[in-house]
Design a protein around this ligand. Structure first.
Ligand code: ZN
Ligand code: ZN
Length: 162
């Protein structure tokens, strides 16, 4: 069997979105609360890269309101993971209005990775090796935000998503 790398929670979140498992709430309805209590701290690097991906602006009003927070697309209380596909920037007023209602904008965000396939290829070309990760030759590339070149790019290894 081909080694596809470790299954991590980001990969599971993508799979869950892909399979529609977490979209079983109708538009305008509240997500069910299945989790309460103490939340894990979201790592600084992940916060920083989401901030870069979303250009430091609210993804709902794209606007003028400057103070942004991290919003869980599938709410944390509904079991949504602390992963880049499930986190986006939102200003406090938008976040409050959105609450835990499912809205038309709730598709998964572009996943963040530490290195896109282009960066890995470039690293190998220049240095003959890479410590970034790997390219899966026969896999379909999917869109990512790259934490190395700091722009939207593509990758083939879902195991490296943050
Ligand atoms: Zn806003
Ligand atoms: Zn890159």
């Amino acid at each position: 069997m081909k080694d596809t790398g470790p299954i991590n929670i980001s990969a599971l979140a993508v799979l869950a979105f892909d399979s529609g498992l977490v979209s079983g709430v109708a538009l305008g309805e509240r997500w069910p609360v299945v989790r309460t209590g103490v939340r894990d701290i979201i790592p600084t690097e992940l916060r920083r890269l989401i901030w870069r991906r979303d250009n430091g602006r609210c993804t709902r009003c794209w606007g003028g309101r400057r103070l942004v927070q991290l919003d869980h697309i599938v709410p944390w209380s509904a079991g949504g993971p602390d992963t880049s596909t499930n986190l986006r920037l939102m200003c406090a007023p938008c976040n409050k209005e959105r609450s835990n209602y499912r809205t038309a904008d709730d598709s998964p965000a572009v996943p963040v990775t530490r290195a896109c396939d282009g960066c890995i290829r470039d690293w190998v070309r220049r240095f003959g090796y890479t410590r970034f990760g790997r390219i899966i030759p026969d896999a379909d590339p999917f869109p990512v935000f790259c934490g190395n070149c700091m722009r939207e790019s593509t990758a083939t290894d879902r195991g490296r998503l943050m």
